[in-house]
Design a protein. Sequence first.
Length: 157
Amino acid sequence: MTSREKLLARIERLKKALARWQRQGGKPRGVLPGRVFWRPEVERWRSLVAYYFKSEDVDIAMALIRCESLGDPTREGPSIPVTAGSSDTMRAAGLFQHLPKYWPDRARAIGMPDASPFDPVANIKAAALLRYAPGGGWKHWSCYEWAKERVEKEQGE
């Protein structure tokens, strides 16, 4: 089988898996009540998020990934000014959309000084650091309120 044939076969398997997912209403069968599920592009990061985040924060972290990057670890945000009034711009990067001017310090703080913000492990680990560091929290993400509301709505609270 050629590499093209392998790729086409994999695409067909993914299409079938997506169709199954959609037939189930976008949620896996036998889910625990109160747990929020996202599209497969986001859900694939759940185990990694659960490793670094406290269990009570996993759904909100997953909602932030959905909001910030749609689950795409290579996503770059829109260009924003480096400083107010500056013509220099930067683009947030990765699953949790870390800003480049802060990334080197965050990468060092998580013990991965050479990691890229596009590395999903480093990106998630740095997000957890921001959440749990003294003075941290969810304030680093502009869509936190949306994420919180969405999780509460999905959980029926």
